[in-house]
Design a protein around this ligand. Structure first.
Ligand SMILES: *Cc1c(COP(=O)(O)O)cnc(C)c1O
Length: 387
């Protein structure tokens, strides 16, 4: 069957399997070989780098999920992002990056670009005029991330893609937070879609991996730099990632539903002063999110009322785990300034509007009533001590 015509959960379950021709097992066998017979092989690329049987099969699943021509798997999200970005840049080029990016990407740009002679500008805001103002004569690449981490700002994907096209600039999006279930940016004209597969694609907080989806010509360019930089993923982990993606559609849709319910609950709760969730009508990006996302995602951020002891609240939670990272089947909570944005200076955090009291919740697949009950018991513990 043509993967183009298949629906989400069928792609997740069936596309990109390695057929077990020998034993006819129901799942992909693992081919761990790093050495293959060279006789009679006309493949120019060494059959080890980014092109083992398991990797090639999984790239078909990823490409189908993003409606892309091709894909590539990396050993981490950062490897996928750095390699994809650098593949299109040289000394003297300029890059436009949206304000408010994942902390690691921000760090990569501000710490590494300068010594390669690559210039960059962060946009002042997320409007068309902000991107236009940042573009220069030598701009070669625009990088966006929507919804953004941790405030879930929404950037207009179609607008950025069109602006990039009109100026002959490569457009790259970090699609990690939305996942391929909720957002497919290639349909809106974006050139390159990067993922930290450590998050929703893996989904169980036990895989470190990255992926990038694009048209064939771009993937070949990224792969050729990738071979020089390294960053291949072991086939054992490739196999586990393929297994994990079988439930991607089910997991993410459950996470969407839970997050939406929790966001509504928090927005009416007197202990919560702020809620950031694109699925809420009060969110400034709500309308835009409704046009470009199929679901609003499993990530939300909140601030507790100023009088509430945040550390005591975190240690009082029993189900929701204070934890770095996100997107597992279990709900986790983190303090952005101590985790994902710890490397940013206070000034940079202020510029992005990230308060010291911001809590980022990655909503899992648990029963929402248990999650609400956990929040309530933790708040009452903190309040009882404060009285
Ligand atoms: C985690 C994350 C990354 C980095 O991915 P790793 O797999 O940890 O290297 C990049 N972008 C976003 C939005 C992330 O959440």
């Amino acid at each position: 069957m043509n993967p183009e015509n298949l629906k989400l959960n069928t792609i997740c379950t069936h596309v990109g399997e390695v057929a077990d021709k020998q034993f006819k097992g129901a799942v992909s066998p693992i081919y761990p070989a790093t050495s293959y017979n060279f006789e009679g092989v006309d493949e120019k690329r060494y059959p080890r780098y980014f092109n083992t049987p398991n990797q090639q099969a999984l790239t078909r699943k990823l490409a189908a999920l993003e409606h892309a021509e091709s894909a590539l798997i990396f050993s981490s999200g950062m490897a996928a992002i750095c390699t994809s970005v650098l593949a299109f840049l040289k000394h003297g080029d300029h890059v436009v990056l949206q304000k408010a990016l994942y902390g690691g990407t921000h760090n990569f740009v501000v710490n590494e670009f300068k010594r390669f002679g690559i210039e960059y500008s962060f946009t002042k805001g997320l409007e068309k005029k902000d991107f236009e103002a940042a573009i220069k004569e030598n701009t070669k690449l625009i990088f966006i991330e929507t919804p953004s981490n941790p405030l879930l700002h929404i950037t207009d994907i179609k607008m950025v893609a069109a602006l990039a096209r009109a100026n002959n600039i490569i457009s790259v999006i970090d699609n990690t937070f939305a996942s391929s279930v909720n957002q497919n940016p290639i349909a809106y004209g974006i050139d390159i879609v990067a993922h930290s597969a450590t998050k929703y694609l893996g989904g169980h907080s036990d895989i470190l991996a990255g992926a990038v989806c694009a048209k064939k010509e771009h993937i070949e360019k990224i792969a050729s730099l990738g071979i020089n930089l390294g960053g291949n993923l072991s086939d054992y982990t490739v196999w586990l990632l393929e297994r994990s993606i079988k439930t991607l559609g089910l997991r993410v849709k459950a996470q969407n539903r839970n997050a939406r319910k929790l966001a509504k609950y928090f927005s009416k709760n007197e202990s919560v002063s702020k809620v950031y969730y694109p699925g809420l009508k009060s969110h400034p990006g709500h309308e835009l999110a409704s046009t470009q996302m199929k679901g609003y995602g499993g990530m939300l951020s909140l601030e507790l009322q100023p009088g509430i002891d945040m550390d005591h609240f975190l240690t009082s939670l029993s189900l929701i785990k204070p934890s770095m990272s996100l997107a597992g089947v279990e709900s986790t909570i983190s303090v952005s300034v101590r985790t994902s944005h710890a490397l940013l200076s206070e000034e940079e955090r202020k510029a992005q509007g990230i308060s010291d009291r911001l809590l980022r919740l990655s909503v899992g697949i648990e029963d929402k009533r248990d999650l609400i009950a956990d929040f309530e018991q933790a708040i009452s513990k903190v309040r009882a001590k404060q009285i």
